[in-house]
Design a protein around this ligand. Sequence first.
Ligand code: HEC
Length: 174
Amino acid sequence: MFGKNFWAGVAATIILGFIITYAVIATGVIPANADATPGWLESWAAHTSLRATLARDAPKAANPLPPTDANLIAGVQLYAKHCAICHGTARGDASASPIAKGLYPRPPQLATDGVEDDPQGYTYWKIDHGIRWTAMPSWKGTLSSHQMWLLSLFLNHMDKLPSGPEGAWKQVTN
Ligand code: HEC
């Protein structure tokens, strides 16, 4: 239906697209520095893609662990050991570490900018798999599924902890 010239045009356009993409990357026009704030296009693409992945892949079931004091304190302790360096302490933004301040994109300081509203399956997925093109590591291989649910439980209850776990949380330093 289309003539030879049409297909030659399509091929030339595709090849030109590759050449332009290569030139843009190879000449360093896309910034490689971490001391910047992500632009709107980059933020939109990253968040939209993450949201779609979570909707598709995150576990839908509720957290199998009940929010007992013992479970919440175990979650706080895991957080103190593995997460506070990037995500801060009970003092939130005021406790951002030098590492957290230098990362791109910046890790949210979870006491200030928390994930209590997120389904716990979403938080579990992020801990399990990490978030590509950010400093958020995948903890698969380091933490057990039980430990990841303990962390999800703590993060979900962070702003409404009973007094025992709240005391443990207040003592976390980074
Ligand atoms: C080396 C730094 C680093 C460490 C350590 C780290 N994270 Fe993260 N984390 C990040 C960054 C950066 C982001 C933001 C990613 C983004 O912009 O999408 C993030 C995002 C998250 C989010 C999503 C927050 C939101 O607002 O949606 C959760 C939940 C989370 N991390 C939990 C944890 C837990 C739990 C641990 C410890 C087991 C941990 N992180 C350890 C860097 C880190």
